[in-house]
Design a protein around this ligand. Structure first.
Ligand code: IVH
Length: 661
């Protein structure tokens, strides 16, 4: 390739990559697969490798720096990054407004979620990102330019911008799902976990190695133009410009005409707080008029033109009563904190995760301590820290168990892992989890087969293996306390129905280590039956795009175990479907995103999800503005309100049935 051609190609590839990056990370609406995206990036990398003098700092290949740095430079902010004065109730908000009404006839506001992350300032010169600085002490912060570049929602180059010098401010954060995944991965690698999304954000953005930062699921919402050489009249206009030039702004932002509307929106935000995949700890009210903002100015600490409305705390202190041990599906012993029940955000919390035994030492937690507990939505309640000042002398250290608390077998501590495991494959605790997982909604979806029932089945020697559930007769179930003719028959029916679940669900249901729903989906695309999968060797599995080496290794080892092969044989014998459906060539819902709220009368959630998936659609758990259809059944949750606010397409059960037919 000659240089002239390389220049043209590089330009096109960068434009395409930036476009798809924006679609994926900012609009949340990708239109090509990750594989196709990586192909574009690899192509660009190759050309830049051949023509290194054509590499520019804003090239998408330059997001991740080569070398770790040894420290962060300190940089003074252009203007101090102030904090916001807090209010905790509607009266305080009205007082704030009344003070302003002494100065102005009318005040309209923009209300935004207050994102719980780390504040940062980003400087763009002629549309190019030149600097990123943490809030620090407000006057000076750390130069985190290299790390910021790794965040895919941070534009390296702005689109069609006529501002020569621009400083924007925003909040770097981590989604709740990203946080849960990160902690899971850290646990597997025997590294300390984070107590909450905010600590995870702070800990990640301050890593000296940009490769580690890039692997952390960081994101950013930009909320302010703090300096620009263009005259901007309102905050609303500033947000529109920010979005137009390529920043990610928060979609739940609303311009309101007065304080009462502002209060209503604050209340709405607090209601949907748990449904969001990121933590917000309040709402921010900002006077819309920049002129009025300038007249009001700031105190040394806070602007006088903005205020935050803090939501009820998601943290509380309580006593750690004892530490219980749970034995998981793979035999792993996990400590669970049993707490003096405490209300956090309207929910009573009486248990919190301790992740593993190292964590107890790391956090220096003793039984009887007063601990700070945090919960938020889908994040399992976590112990942030122990309050040392309140520790009593006789509070005891927790002793790591030597035996499995369920079957009394000596536990083992595998060399590179932190986890302590019960090696007894027949341990009732392990069997219970395996059956529970197999029967779970995302796997074989066997209704009416809950923990209590499985426990009793094990106790009564009715099952000693997953496949045994398919050999249960009506009388066996009737022998379990609490079952009557009708409920027993219902359970038999659900078990029978599960024989026809999809191949993907079966793979997930087997509970192979590291094989989650996503891996199961990938595997089911590469193999058409369980027999094919059993015969695949590790090297074949490793070649599957999107499947990690560790997972491939676990799958191969699962199927090299005779007990597991026997289990599969028995499942085949009882008539469980172990192969893929013929692919439905017509995919009318290809790439369409569906969200359910409430329950349908004609279909279970599993059935309706499978129908949508078989037609190429995707089911998502939360609503975003790119959701295509929101299906509303009986007793819908707050998602319905949110869908209405976002103006999404909402279908009731009848309309949904029409659509799928
Ligand atoms: S405005 C002078 N808007 O909250 C204007 N701040 O206590 C101050 N924050 O340091 C910032 N979401 O890091 C603003 N939508 C939002 C915000 C937000 C989160 C953080 C920010 C700031 C702190 C203020």
């Amino acid at each position: 390739m000659d240089k002239k051609k390389a220049i043209i190609l590089i330009k096109k590839l960068r434009k395409d990559i930036n476009y798809h990056n924006h679609k994926y990370y900012i609009e949340n609406n990708p239109i090509i697969s990750d594989f196709e995206f990586d192909k574009l990036l690899k192509e660009l990398e190759q050309i830049e490798y051949n023509f290194p003098d054509l590499i520019t700092p804003d090239s998408p290949t330059q997001r991740i720096g080569e070398k770790p740095i040894d420290h962060f430079e300190t940089i003074n902010h252009i203007t101090p990054m102030l904090s916001l004065a807090n209010t905790y109730n509607n009266k305080e908000l009205r007082d704030f407004n009344n003070r302003l009404l002494k100065k102005f006839d009318r005040v309209s506001y923009v209300v935004e979620p207050k994102i719980d992350g780390i504040g940062a300032a980003l400087v763009y010169e002629n549309g190019l990102l030149v600097r990123g600085v943490t809030r620090g002490d407000g006057v000076k912060g750390d130069d985190i330019t290299g790390n910021l570049k790794t965040i895919r929602s941070v534009p390296l180059k702005l689109d069609k911008i006529d501002i020569k010098f621009l400083e924007v401010r925003g909040e770097i954060f981590m989604s709740k799902s990203g946080f849960n995944n990160l902690n899971k991965n850290l646990l597997e690698k025997n590294e300390p976990t984070f107590a909450n999304t905010r600590n995870a954000t702070a800990g990640s953005i301050r890593q000296l190695n940009p490769k580690i930062v890039a692997s952390r699921p960081l994101d950013i919402f930009v909320y302010q133009i703090s300096y620009s050489d263009k005259i901007i009249e309102t905050h609303e206009e500033a947000l529109i410009i920010l979005k137009k030039v390529g920043f990610k702004t928060n979609p739940l932002t609303k311009k309101v005409k007065d304080i009462e509307e502002a209060i209503n929106f604050c209340e709405e935000l607090e209601k949907i707080r748990e449904d969001l995949d990121y933590n917000i700890d309040g709402a921010v009210l900002k006077i819309d008029s920049i002129e009025k903002q300038k007249i009001l100015g700031s105190t040394t600490k806070n602007p006088r033109w903005a205020i935050s409305f803090k939501f009820a705390a998601q943290q509380a202190t309580t006593k750690l009563l004892k530490i219980n041990i749970q034995v998981g599906r793979q035999g792993t012993l996990t400590p669970v904190a049993i707490l003096d029940p405490v209300k956090i955000g309207g929910v009573t919390v009486s248990r919190a995760t301790l992740h593993n035994f190292d964590e107890i030492n790391r956090k220096d937690i003793k039984i009887g301590d007063i601990v700070l507990v945090e919960r938020s939505g889908d994040v399992i309640p976590q112990i942030v820290k122990s309050i040392k000042e309140k520790r009593q002398e006789n509070n005891k250290f927790f002793e790591i168990p030597k035996k499995c608390p369920i079957c009394n077998t000596n536990v083992i501590n595998e060399s590179e892992e932190v986890a302590i495991r019960c090696p007894n494959k027949m341990c009732p605790a392990r069997l219970k989890w395996r059956v529970k997982h197999f029967a779970s909604r995302d796997a074989m979806d066997i209704e009416h087969l809950g923990f209590a029932t499985i426990d009793k089945m094990i106790e009564n020697n009715l099952i000693s293996d997953i496949s045994d559930i398919y050999f249960l007769a009506l009388d066996d179930i009737l022998s379990i306390e609490g079952f009557k003719e009708k409920s027993a028959q219902n359970l038999i029916n659900s078990i029978e129905k599960s024989k026809n679940m999809t191949f993907e669900r079966l793979i997930y249901g087997l509970g192979i280590r590291h094989v989650g729903k996503y891996s199961a989906q990938i595997i089911s695309k590469s193999y058409s039956s369980i027999n094919e999968l059993i015969n695949a060797d590790e090297e074949d599995l490793k070649k599957i795009d999107g499947l990690g080496d560790k997972t491939a290794n676990e799958i191969a080892s699962f199927f090299s175990n005779d007990e597991n092969i026997n289990l599969i044989k028995r499942l085949i014998e009882v008539g469980v479907k172990t192969r893929k459906n013929q692919i439905n060539k017509e995919l009318p819902f290809k790439d369409k995103k569906f969200v359910f709220t409430g329950s349908l009368k004609s279909y279970s959630r599993t059935e309706s999800s499978d129908i949508i998936k078989s037609k190429g659609g995707n089911i998502l758990s939360s609503i975003t503005k790119t959701t295509d259809y929101v299906i509303v059944g009986e007793k819908p949750g707050s998602k319905l309100e949110k869908a209405k606010n976002l103006g999404l397409k909402i279908l009731n059960e009848e309309e949904f049935i029409m659509l799928i037919k």
